[in-house]
Design a protein around this ligand. Structure first.
Ligand SMILES: *Cc1c(COP(=O)(O)O)cnc(C)c1O
Length: 234
């Protein structure tokens, strides 16, 4: 196992170095968590990343997760980060510790219902469509506060912050807008929710995202290489 995935440890070293540089410069040295985004990546490669100390995995697709779940090192925590259909919540309510992509009361209500059945409280983030893109899911910034207030009323669900995927162009502007929105919401002190986590930053923009206060950066290709089964190099 040691050399086949050597590129992953080299990639991780570079990511940590860049993240630490941004954290030192802009965040008083406070590092975000680094999530390994696993879509299309083999469980062997994912487990190698876990062996390097990455304790957090991000899954986009329920079906793919179900097919790989049993092969994963159980010590890693798994968050759902993709678009989630209400009828698929039942598959992830038990194995996952956070759903980062809640963008409607309907979805929140189903998570709440199933969490109650399983006797657990599910941590969630609200996904914000900060760029107002038609192609992306997420709640619009203007609808965010009403949604948070409604989610705060539900049993079995605990809102812990926000998640976003900014538009590829002008990303830096939108990361700044997201930071502003996050801080605004935090200052409102909406009862029943907390604003501890701001999940933003991917391979191409994680350093900028850290600058803007990200607490979880989600890295796929920068860690595992181009998304293609069998790819060995970044
Ligand atoms: C794929 C994906 C990522 C990782 O993207 P990379 O550019 O490969 O780092 C992060 N977040 C979400 C929601 C994704 O779907």
């Amino acid at each position: 196992m040691k050399n086949e995935f050597g590129y992953i440890s080299e990639n991780l070293r570079v990511i940590k170095e860049n993240a630490a540089e941004a954290a030192d410069k802009y965040r008083g040295g406070v590092m975000p968590r680094i999530m390994a985004v696993t879509k299309t990546v083999s469980p062997a490669a994912v487990n190698y990343a876990v062996s390097l100390g990455i304790g957090l995995l991000g899954e986009n697709r329920v079906q793919e997760f179900l097919s790989k779940q049993e092969s994963y090192d159980p010590s890693a925590e798994v968050h759902f980060i993709g678009h989630l259909q209400t009828n698929k919540v039942k598959y992830i309510i038990e194995p996952m510790t956070m759903i980062q992509s809640v963008d409607s009361l309907k979805l929140g209500t189903e998570i709440s219902r199933l969490a109650a059945i399983h006797g657990k409280t599910m941590d969630v983030l609200c996904e914000v469509n900060i760029g107002g893109e038609d192609s992306k899911s997420g709640v619009s910034p203007s609808e965010l506060v009403p949604l948070l207030e409604q989610l705060a009323q539900l049993e079995g669900i605990r809102v812990k912050g926000l998640m976003t995927i900014p538009p590829p162009s002008d990303g830096d502007i939108f990361l700044g807008k997201m930071e502003e929105l996050f801080n605004n919401i935090k200052d409102r002190n909406i009862s029943g929710i907390s604003m501890d986590e701001l999940s933003m930053g991917m391979t191409h923009d994680y350093a900028e995202a850290i600058q803007h206060g990200s607490t979880i950066v989600r890295i796929g290709t920068g860690l595992f290489g181009a998304r293609d089964y069998g790819t060995k190099n970044a």
